[in-house]
Design a protein around this ligand. Sequence first.
Ligand SMILES: Nc1ncnc2c1ncn2[C@@H]1O[C@H](COP(=O)(O)OP(=O)(O)O)[C@@H](O)[C@H]1O
Ligand SMILES: CCCC(=O)OP(=O)(O)O
Length: 371
Amino acid sequence: MMQQVFRILVINPGSTSTKIGLYENERCIFEKTIRHPYEQLKPFERIIDQCLFRKTLIVKQLDYEGINLSKIDAICGRGGLIQPIEGGTYEVDDAMIRDLKIGLNGEHASNLGGLIAHEIATSLNIPAYIVDPVVVDELQDIARYSGIPDIPRKSIFHALNQKAVARRAAKELNRPYEQLHLIVVHMGGGITVGAHKQGRVIDVNNGLHGEGPFSPERAGTVPAGDLVQLCFSGQYYIDEVMKKLVGEGGLMAYLQTNDAVEVEQRIANNDEVALEVYDAMAYQVAKEIGSISTVLKGKVDAIILTGGLAYGESFVQMIANRVAWIADMIIYPGENELQALAEGALRVLSKEEEAKRYQNFVEKSGRSFHV
Ligand SMILES: Nc1ncnc2c1ncn2[C@@H]1O[C@H](COP(=O)(O)OP(=O)(O)O)[C@@H](O)[C@H]1O
Ligand SMILES: CCCC(=O)OP(=O)(O)O
C-alpha cells in the first residue's frame, strides 16, 4: 500500500532568528533561517507585538520560494511559555492561545510559534500544533528548591532541541535514551544546560529568567543582592531591568551585539575585549556543565553541545578544554528543532499518536478559563 504523504509547515521563532521548514512526512524539502539583528526587533515593546512582523516575513519567504500554502496539511510551531506540561504534541486551542498571548510564564519569541501557526492554519482550515514547548517540566523535586519558598525554580529551556539531540545521540551510541545519562547544552540566543537521566530532564537552568551562563542576549545568574539594589535604585523601570536580564544582557551588554559570528570576526581582528568576553561565556558554560554533572553523580555517558554557538569551533574548544575530562563530547551544531516539530505533527497526522489537549491540563491544574 502506498504511504500517505503529509505536507507540514514548521515555524520556529527564536530570540535572534525565525526558522521555517517545509516537510513531506519526515523529509525536509525546504528550510530557511531568517536572522533578526538586535536593531530590527528593538522597536517592538513586547514580544507579542512582533507577531504580525514575523508572520509577514514567513508568508513572504514562502511566496518567494513558490510554496503553495493551500497544499499544506498542518502547521506546527515552537511552543512557548504556557503552563508547565508534559512533553508531546498539542493542538493549539483557545486556552493555549490565551496563555501564549499573555505570556503566562514570561515573554519569549517561542510564544509566537503557536500563535503564528494558528493564524495561518485558520485561514487554510487545517490544524495547528506545538511540540515539546519550552515549559516541559520533568524536574526532580529536589531541583525545585531555590532557597526562597516563594520562588521555586522552574523548568524553562530548549526542551524541543534538547530532547531531539539526546535521542539522536542515543541512536548513535546504540543505546536507548531511557538508559542514558546525558548533559545536553543548547547554546542559542539563550543557553540551557540539562541533566538528562534515563529519558527525563531532571534538572536544567531556567535559561530565560536569570539562571546559568550568560548568553548572546541574556545575563544568566547575576549577584542577587546587587540586582535587588539596582531594582530599587529608582533609576530603572521594571521593563528596563528585565531587558538587562533578557534581550540586552550577555554579549549584547558587553559587546553590543548578539551575533557570535561577528564576535569571532572581531577576535580574528585581534580585539582583546571580544576574546575575553567570549572566553568568559565559555567559562560560564563549562562551570554550569561541571555543576550539573553532580546531579548525575558524575556518571555521564556524554556531553552534547548544540545550538547556533556550537558552529563556533573556537568557542566549542574553549568549553572542551575545561570539561572534556567529565565525559566524551558530541557536537551537533545548529538544532534539530524543525525536524522535531515536523515529526511531532506527523505522529498525530498519521494517527500514531493522538494530539494532547492543553485545555485538559488547564482544567486539571484548577485554573479557570473563559474565552
Ligand atoms: N557559524 C557560526 N559560528 C558561530 N556562531 C554562530 C554561527 N551561526 C550562528 N551562530 C550564533 O548562534 C547564535 C544563535 O543561535 P540559534 O541557535 O540560531 O539561536 P536562536 O534560535 O535563539 O535564534 C547567535 O549568536 C549566532 O551568531
Ligand atoms: C526560553 C528558553 C528557550 C530559549 O532561550 O530559546 P532561544 O535561545 O531560541 O531564545
